[in-house]
Design a protein around this ligand. Structure first.
Ligand code: NAD
Length: 485
């Protein structure tokens, strides 16, 4: 039996069942063709208010529900997502412009997130503390209440699920605002899976809408925590608004990750890793390698091999042909990428491969002779662009890699693993991969960045206990103590 029922989402959003939205119908455009893939509903600020109100009411009972029930629903959702992944994939490929292997990874990871969350619901709730009084003293974790989740367009299923699943597991309700370009993969498919798994109504609301709808979510008094994944600019705005309302946030933001390649690294593997890190999903990944730092002794060979790889990668519509890269999400994104590449060339960078596009299909691009001023090197491009810069020794590698306001991911390729660790110690980064490229995630690992890549929040594994609960100090004693007043 199919888990996807197009009729349920046609002209609808998900909020206490499937209903129309305050901002009317919303076409979902397939980037590869420009065709309308589906029509859903677009929410407005009133939809957010209603959803938050309903979520707050439903959350009380959910928090009081046995952990085994919450855990079982999430376990079922994990199994359903895995079982029905092949049904979801065509929608995800067409909505996001992803290649099949990417969406298969994404449903796999999202299923892992749900399974991990099922386990999280069973974790101890806190600690028994020592105390100087004749009493029991506990630090216990309480649900936050209603969690507002705001997610982006690039890996929408995983980036929504990584917050929705642990939030629900720990007794919260969720109002999710996916990017309006990817409302199916970013939330409505997940709502169908969780509905099928038996999640009670009112606990997950999916309200597609633009930044203004996100702003309403941040401002809503019923929503004490905002879990935001997106750009630095968006995160800054959300952080400022949340601070005005004295709300907690998780800000998971952009990156411009360095991949450092030493002269002792296996060059063939290094080039393959470098190409994957810059070109997977058209470079629209927060962990994309935006800066290839290559030891000068091998830089010429690396660049030539990366050029050959980039030129050989097929680009096209992943729904109908076998390609390595699909379209970027929309014309605005394409123009931003092309602007950064053109400005880089004007500034003196050498175009080694790519730099051109057909519609939304941007060729994998390699830039050489870049400096710290080169726009496509200095800024996050969020496109398939690999700027290559050379270094002479480990001190220069450390200085160049650390010279970024971002600090999300770092890859270091060298046969001397301890040299890699010593270098990593000198570069602020939320995650480090020695002998691997920069793009990686696992449901059990803490994910987050430093600097402009975030506000110090971590999502994943046991970090979720902290992320989606409030710690309460609770004491209990048999008699009221005698006080001097
Ligand atoms: P974006 O910030 O424009 O949008 C992300 C989401 O936030 C969307 O749902 C959008 O509607 C909403 N939004 C934007 N401004 C808002 C505001 N002021 N108030 C409330 N909601 C708002 O991001 P984008 O450019 O579409 O996505 C790409 C960016 O996301 C890149 O910078 C990428 O690195 C980053 N990203 C980070 C991670 C991570 O885990 N650190 C993961 C994926 C993407």
């Amino acid at each position: 039996m199919s888990i996807i029922d197009e009729q349920r989402w046609h002209g609808r959003l998900h909020s206490g069942g499937w209903r129309t939205g305050g901002a009317g119908d919303h076409p979902v455009i397939e980037p590869a063709t420009g065709d309308t893939l589906a029509t859903v509903a677009r929410g407005d600020a009133d939809d957010i208010t209603r959803a938050a109100h309903q979520a707050a009411a439903a959350q009380q009972e959910w928090a009081a529900t046995g952990y085994d029930t919450r855990s079982a629903i999430l376990r079922r959702a994990a199994a359903l997502l895995e079982e029905h992944a092949p049904e979801l994939h065509p929608w995800m490929i067409r909505e996001t412009g992803s290649v099949p292997a990417k969406v298969a990874n994404e449903t796999g990871w999202a299923s892992e997130e749900l399974a991990e969350a099922a386990g999280l619901a069973r974790q101890p709730e806190g600690q028994l503390l020592r105390t100087n009084a004749p009493r029991m003293s506990l630090a216990r974790r309480r649900p936050v209440g209603v969690v507002g989740v705001i997610s982006p367009f690039n890996f929408p299923l995983i980036l929504s699920t990584r917050a929705v699943a642990p939030a629900l597991a720990l007794g919260n309700a969720v109002v999710l605002k996916p990017d309006p370009r990817t409302p199916l993969t970013g939330g409505l498919l997940l709502a169908q899976v969780l509905e099928e798994a038996g999640l009670p109504e009112g606990l997950l609301h999916v309200i597609p809408g633009d930044a203004e709808v996100g702003e309403a979510l941040v401002a809503d008094p019923q929503v004490p925590l905002i879990s935001f994944t997106g750009s630095v600019e968006g995160g800054r705005a959300v952080g400022q608004a949340a601070a005005r309302h004295l709300k907690r946030t998780h800000l998971e933001l952009g990156g411009n990750s360095a991949l450092v390649i030493f002269d002792d690294a296996d060059l063939e593997r290094a080039v393959s890793a470098g190409a994957f890190a810059s070109f997977l999903h058209q470079g629209q990944i927060c962990m994309t390698a935006g800066r290839h730092l290559v030891h000068q002794a091998v830089a010429g060979d690396y660049l030539e091999a990366l050029r050959a790889t980039a030129e050989a990668l097929p680009v096209g519509d992943p729904a109908v042909e076998e390609v390595a890269l699909g379209p970027v999400i929309d014309a605005g994104q394409r123009d931003r990428i092309h602007g950064l590449v053109s400005d880089s060339v004007t500034d003196g960078a050498r175009l080694v491969a790519g730099g051109s596009y057909d519609g939304l299909f941007y060729r994998p691009t390699v830039l050489a002779e870049v400096t710290e001023r080169t726009p496509a090197y200095a800024q996050e491009v969020f496109g398939p662009v690999a700027p290559v810069r050379t270094f002479a020794d480990v001190d220069e590698a450390a200085r160049l890699a650390a010279d970024s306001p971002h600090g999300l991911s770092l890859g270091i390729l060298t046969r001397d693993v301890m040299r890699g660790v010593a270098l990593a110690d000198r570069i602020p980064s939320g995650k480090v991969h020695i002998n691997d490229q920069t793009v990686a995630d696992e449901a059990v690992a803490p994910f987050g960045g430093v600097g402009d890549s975030g506000d110090g929040s971590r999502l994943g594994g046991t970090a979720n206990l902290e992320a989606f609960t409030e710690l309460q100090w609770l004491t209990l004693q048999g008699e009221i103590p005698q006080y001097p007043f």
